[in-house]
Write a protein of this length. Sequence first.
Length: 153
Amino acid sequence: MADSLDEIDRRLLTELQQDAGRTNVELARLVGLSPAATLHRVRRLKESGVIRRIRAELDPPQAGFPLKAYVMITLARHTPQTERAFADSLKAIPEVLSADVVTGEIDMILLIAARDVPDLQRILLRLSLHGAQRVTTLLHLQEIKTPSPLPLL
């Protein structure tokens, strides 16, 4: 799909990354299309999977989650079944905001939001009970650069 993105698609995606709450009429004005054509393109981008989802970005401390941690996981066993079971357990922990499989000395990097230190401890214990052999935690201290949109233009 990336090869078939034209200039208008890239402008639409850039505008949606900046503010997905814009109305279709405003979005159409920004990219120079009719509202109907804009709606059709956005639907096509969603159906093709280029747009995964449109959602609000919350400020974690303002929403009651002032503690953020990066957690590096090394699994105790590496079989398809144990890896799938661990991945399923991660999906069941709502405080795990993201989880990525990586290469190197560790198997996964997680981003966790917690209300306080006891909450973080509870989550880390849960990870250990589901097959994590080594859990290394890095507390987030300060955000230097906010998550950036993809540079499509």
